[in-house]
Each structure stands twice: as structure tokens, then as C-alpha cells.
Design a protein around this ligand. Sequence first.
Ligand SMILES: C[S@@+](CC[C@H](N)C(=O)[O-])C[C@H]1O[C@@H](n2cnc3c(N)ncnc32)[C@H](O)[C@@H]1O
Length: 277
Amino acid sequence: MKNDDEIVIDPADGLPVMKVGPWSEDKHVALSRYVDAARKARAKWPYASFIDLFSGPGRVLNRESGVISDGGVLSAWRMSERGGVPFNEMFIADADAGSVEACSARLRDAGATVQAYVGSASKTVDQVLGKLPRGLHFAFLDPFNIEHLDFEIIRKLAARPNIDLLIHFSVMDVQRNIGGDFNLASSRLDAAAPGWRSKLRLREVPKREQVGAYLEYWESLVTDLTKMQVAQSKPLFVNMNKGPLYRLIHLARHPLATKLWNTAALPAAKQQSFPGM
Ligand SMILES: C[S@@+](CC[C@H](N)C(=O)[O-])C[C@H]1O[C@@H](n2cnc3c(N)ncnc32)[C@H](O)[C@@H]1O
């Protein structure tokens, strides 16, 4: 049994991998399905980029099965290439320098053109936007927790006219903290949804509906500010005990992108339904 802090090396390339729960696989499948579905749209543009500000090292180890596989950005790159319309550039960043190094090496080895940055997403977003040419852009935001999903990151990315975003929204994090944080002077839920404590009448909301109320408020902030549409399909991923973990939320301005995500996200039968989340 491996210690959880121990760095695991992928024997295939000698580079580190990130340990993840089995539920990560469905996230990568949904992301790849969407990249594939958007192939024709990408083909219409002379330039298309993929942006991942929380890239990790590029390969993941399933804690349960011990299987090592591609993480989000590598899955996305390979799918774009397999479909014959590869992203022109892959912009990756992570707070962990070792992860950025490993992820860049893997992407380059797989044939991608990579722009890589080390730092918190709140900072690297400016570096990426400073280098991003005109074109079609797709940003995947996959932080460990809601605290890192700074609203400013979304605001800045959304300022680009032709971009869509796929966001890992940690339902579990909100559920754990919303009750306790409501009365605090500052909360780890503030960065994602500024003003939530003054705008939500949480005491009047039944406990099981509080996460849903926070998510609804976050969506209203995002759509008001960015004029992007939240896709109807927001698959909820659960842990082994069926406990809710996160949703994938898609934001776009172009109705075709929304439609593609709605069909590409995991089939309805695999999606979990939790009232109020
Ligand atoms: C959920 S993992 C990313 C997994 C990856 N997207 C995948 O699909 O394989 C989150 C990553 O965010 C990084 N991270 C943590 N805080 C960060 C921050 N403030 N800004 C950027 N990256 C951060 C971690 O080092 C970790 O690699």
C-alpha cells in the first residue's frame, strides 16, 4: 500500500503522476467527448487553443485500481489529434512547478505545441491571455476546491469573444462549508461567488437546498457579467458511497457550443440526481 504523500512515477515515461479517485475517469471521458464533438467547429477556425490553468502532471493514478492513465489535458490533446483537428496550442499552468514540467514534457512528446506557466491560476490567467492569439478558445478549469475558483479568472477568460469554459464546481466543498462559513467575516466560498453571504437568505433555505442556492447565485453572477449561457447538462460526479463531489459546468456564448456540450456530457443514465445540489 502506497503512502498518499509518496510521489508515484509512471514507469511508461519516468515522470510523476497525480493520485486521484476513480470518479476522475468520468470527468476525462466527458471532456474528451466534448473535444471530439467540437471538432467541426474547430475546423472552421485558423487557430484553436486549449487552456488548462490547473493542469496537474498530465497523467493520473487511480487510487482504487492502481491504473495509470491520461489526465484531462492529455486526454483532450490526444482526442483533438485523433479527430484530425488538433488544437494549435495547449496553454497549461499549475501552482506546482514539477507538475507543469511533467505535463509540458508529456504534451510535447505527444506532438503538441505547449505554452507553460507556473503559478496560481489567478496570476497565470493574465500571462496566458497576454499570449493568446485571436481564434477559438476552450478553457478547462479543474481546481481541487472552490477556494481556487476565483471569480476573476472566469471574468478575465470570458472577456475573449470566442471562448467556452468547462468548470469543475466542487459541490462537496460548498456542502461542507456553507453552513459554518455563513456567519464568518470571510469565507473560502467568497472568491468563487463574491457577495453570497449578503445576497443569499440562507436561514430561510432548507439545509438540503443550500448548495443549490449557492450554485444558482454563482450562475447568476457569471451569466450577468459574462453574458454566457450555462448549459443545461451539469453532470454530478459522486464518490464510492454515492456522496456528491462535483459538477461540470459549461459556459458559452455560442448556442452550438452549448448544444454540443449538452449531448457530449455523460449520458443522462449515468448522471446522478440530487435535489438541491
Ligand atoms: C484537480 S487537480 C488537476 C487535475 C488535472 N486537471 C487532470 O485532469 O488531470 C488540481 C491541480 O491544481 C493545482 N493547484 C492547486 N492550487 C492551485 C492554484 N491556486 N492555481 C493553480 N493551480 C493550483 C494542483 O497542483 C493540482 O495539480
